[in-house]
Design a protein around this ligand. Structure first.
Ligand SMILES: Cc1cc2nc3c(=O)[nH]c(=O)nc-3n(C[C@H](O)[C@H](O)[C@H](O)COP(=O)(O)OP(=O)(O)OC[C@H]3O[C@@H](n4cnc5c(N)ncnc54)[C@H](O)[C@@H]3O)c2cc1C
Ligand code: SF4
Length: 325
């Protein structure tokens, strides 16, 4: 059952910020994750502030510099189907198309997708675990087959969003507006690892709203992609995923960003794999070395060691595909 809370529908960004200043207030965008969390008792809310009427936060448009500005209330379907996104930032279009089901993509927003809570079954269930303010991580010695192999530190969640890894690969930024004005944060710095704070998922402070996603102009020779593996054919979160943003000069890689999903509590940059392919052409030897490097320093838990060969195979396939163009 949902707890009782007051509800406000903001008519302007200023009003939304004012409403969000009160203790226990939470943002409602598409409401998919918010209402699920309230219903399941993941967190509480004294006030729910809808930002759905804020038209300025909707839509996709080109910026003066040739980049893209995506309002945070733009639906995931709109991002997946945008000709501009598909043509210039294929990885983001593919990541968006991989989110949940068509109905959820029609309702869910890109801002909400980036700010959603993790899916650890203990956290979503009736367990007062470390992330909820308790003293125990039940996954550490429990059912951890879908948990992380990198970056686990007291808590072993995997970051749930399929849009965040391609956005990190594409060097996107977020504009954030709050009571103290506005700031811009790289998506790569937006999510908080448990080693920094085990109870926070993002750097957002009280009253702050993500207003837009900013993509830089695509550099010459850029190719990007996102592919995820799930446990079943229908909608599901990533068991493993790879976002690539690779710049080519001829067949040589001049710059590469490799970002994993289903791997760590935050979108995880596989820097060792990036180093292996930078300056090289993607022949089978280089790809095999990158597949070795992608799991360097992985620390699987008792039940998720299968992710090691999964990530290796996935990276091999994705690098081979991106090399073909
Ligand atoms: C069955 C199911 C399957 C799913 N599968 C996937 C999947 O495969 N891949 C995937 O990536 N996601 C998946 N999701 C997650 C879902 O698609 C996202 O949670 C959804 O897109 C959230 O968008 P929303 O607009 O509904 O967010 P809301 O529920 O409105 O908000 C989510 C959270 O973010 C905060 N928030 C929302 N907008 C902002 C903003 N602009 N600024 C600051 N904070 C904000 C809210 O307060 C809330 O805490 C799944 C969800 C379900 C229920
Ligand atoms: S992995 Fe994190 S969210 Fe899951 S039980 Fe452990 S502390 Fe809680």
């Amino acid at each position: 059952m949902l707890p009782s809370f007051t509800y406000a529908r903001a008519g302007s960004l200023k009003e939304a910020i004012r409403e969000l200043a009160s203790e226990g207030a939470r943002i409602h965008a598409g409401g998919i994750d918010l209402l699920g969390c309230l219903r399941d008792g993941v967190f509480d809310a004294r006030k729910v502030v809808s930002i759905s009427k804020l038209k300025d936060l909707r839509g996709i448009r080109e910026t003066a510099s040739g980049g893209l500005r995506i309002g945070s209330l733009t639906t995931i379907t709109e991002v997946a189907e945008s000709p501009l996104v598909r043509e210039r930032y294929a990885g983001l279009a593919q990541g968006s198309a991989e989110v949940a089901s068509p109905q959820l993509r029609n309702q869910g927003t890109i801002g909400g997708n980036l700010c959603q809570k993790p899916r650890c079954w203990y956290y979503r269930g009736e367990f007062h675990c470390l992330r909820k303010g308790g003293t125990v991580c039940y996954a550490a010695d429990g059912e951890n087959q879908f948990h992380c192999i990198f970056g686990g530190d007291q808590c072993y969640i995997v970051h749930p969003s399929d849009t965040a890894p391609p956005l990190v690969a594409l060097e996107a930024k977020l504009r954030i507006v709050g009571p103290r004005g506005s700031r811009t944060v790289a998506v790569e710095k937006f999510h908080v690892p448990p080693s920094q704070d085990v109870q926070r998922e993002t750097v957002l402070k009280t009253g702050e709203i993500v207003t837009e996603v900013l993509l830089p102009p695509p550099p010459p020779g850029l190719r990007s992609s996102y592919r995820k593996v799930r446990a079943r054919q229908s909608w599901d979160f990533a068991v493993a995923g790879v976002a690539l943003a690779v710049q080519f000069s001829g067949d040589r890689v001049t710059k590469a960003r490799v970002v994993l999903s289903g791997a760590a509590p935050i979108p995880w940059r596989a820097r060792a794999a990036e180093e292996v392919i930078t300056g090289k052409s993607l022949d089978s030897g280089t790809i095999a070395k990158a597949a070795e490097a992608v799991v360097q320093n992985a620390r699987p838990l008792e039940h998720n060691g299968y992710k090691i060969p999964l990530f290796q195979g996935l990276l091999e396939e994705e690098l081979s595909a991106i090399a073909r163009g």
